[in-house]
Design a protein around this ligand. Structure first.
Ligand code: PRP
Ligand code: URA
Ligand code: MG
Length: 236
C-alpha cells in the first residue's frame, strides 16, 4: 500500500483553480462535495463490483455535470402552472454535444444525458497502447461541423493527458467553440500536459479529485485501476 495522499500537497485545491501557462489558460474545477467524496471512495475500493461501479459512475457524473453545465444557454418561456401563468426558463441555443470516449467514457453517458435532456451525443473510440502510451482512434461518429457548439467530453481518467489532448484538438479542428471535459480522476501530469498543449483554447476541466501521480505504467496512483475493465470486465 502507498502512503496516504493529501491533495493540497500537489497544489490542487478544491474549488476553481486557474492554471496559467505559456500558451494561455485552462479552467480547472476540482469539485469538492461530501457526496462526491463518499461515492468516489466507494468507487476506488478494489472490492467494488462492476455493477456497483457502474451505478456509482452514473451518480458521480450527475453531480459533476450539475457543476459543469452552469453556462449552458437558456431562454425565458411563458408557462401555465395549475394556478397561474409565469415566466420560466428553458434550455436554448445550439444543442450541447456530449462525447463519451469509448470504452470507459460510455459509463458516464447516462448520468450526463439525464441532466441535459436537449444534448446530442457523438462518439469517439480511443485506446491507449499500454506499452507506448500512443493513442489509437478506432471509432468516430460526430457531426462534421461543430461550429459554435459547446462540447462536453466524458472520460473517467485523465492520466498522461494523451487521450484528451487528441480529443480536444480534433473537436477544435471541427469548429467547436468550447470544450468542457468531465473526468472522475486526474493526475497532475495530465493536467499540466493539457495546460501546455491545449491551454490556448477555450477548455474547462471538471474533476472529482486530482490524485498524487502516475506510476511507471502511467496508471493513476492511488487511482481506481483500469476504469474500462472495472466498468465492463477485462478487455482481452
Ligand atoms: O490520459 P491517458 O494517458 O491518455 O489515459 C487515459 C485514457 O486511458 C483510459 O482508456 P483506455 O485506453 O484504457 O481505453 P478503454 O476505455 O477502452 O479501457 C481512460 O478511459 C482514458 O481514455
Ligand atoms: O489509472 C488509469 C490510467 C489510465 N486509464 C485507466 O483506466 N486508469
Ligand atoms: Mg482501459
Amino acid at each position: 500500500m502507498g502512503s496516504a495522499y493529501d491533495p493540497v500537497l500537489v497544489g490542487f485545491t478544491p474549488g476553481e483553480t486557474r492554471l496559467t501557462g505559456s500558451l494561455g489558460h485552462m479552467r480547472l474545477h476540482v469539485v469538492d462535495h461530501p457526496l462526491i467524496a463518499h461515492k468516489l471512495t466507494q468507487l476506488r475500493r478494489v472490492e467494488t463490483t462492476s455493477n456497483v461501479f457502474r451505478d456509482l459512475t452514473r451518480e458521480l457524473v450527475t453531480l459533476l455535470s450539475y457543476e459543469a453545465s452552469g453556462d449552458v444557454g437558456t431562454e425565458p418561456v411563458q408557462i401555465q402552472t395549475p394556478v397561474a401563468t409565469m415566466t420560466g426558463t428553458q434550455l436554448a441555443g445550439p444543442k450541447p454535444l456530449v462525447v463519451p470516449i469509448l470504452r470507459a467514457g460510455l459509463g458516464m453517458l447516462d448520468g450526463m444525458t439525464a441532466m441535459i435532456p436537449t444534448a446530442e451525443v457523438g462518439f469517439l473510440g480511443m485506446a491507449r497502447n499500454e506499452q507506448t502510451l500512443d493513442i489509437v482512434t478506432y471509432a468516430e461518429r460526430l457531426p462534421d461541423d461543430l461550429t459554435g457548439r459547446h462540447v462536453f467530453v466524458l472520460d473517467p481518467m485523465l492520466a498522461t493527458g494523451g487521450t484528451l489532448v487528441e480529443t480536444i484538438r480534433f473537436l477544435k479542428r471541427a469548429g467547436a467553440a468550447k470544450v468542457t471535459c468531465i473526468c472522475l480522476l486526474a493526475a497532475p501530469e495530465g493536467i499540466r500536459r493539457l495546460e501546455e498543449e491545449v491551454g490556448e483554447l477555450d477548455v474547462a476541466l471538471y474533476v472529482a479529485a486530482v490524485d498524487e501521480r502516475l506510476d511507471e505504467n502511467a496508471f493513476i496512483i492511488p487511482g481506481l485501476g483500469d476504469a474500462g475493465d472495472r466498468l465492463y470486465g477485462l478487455a482481452e
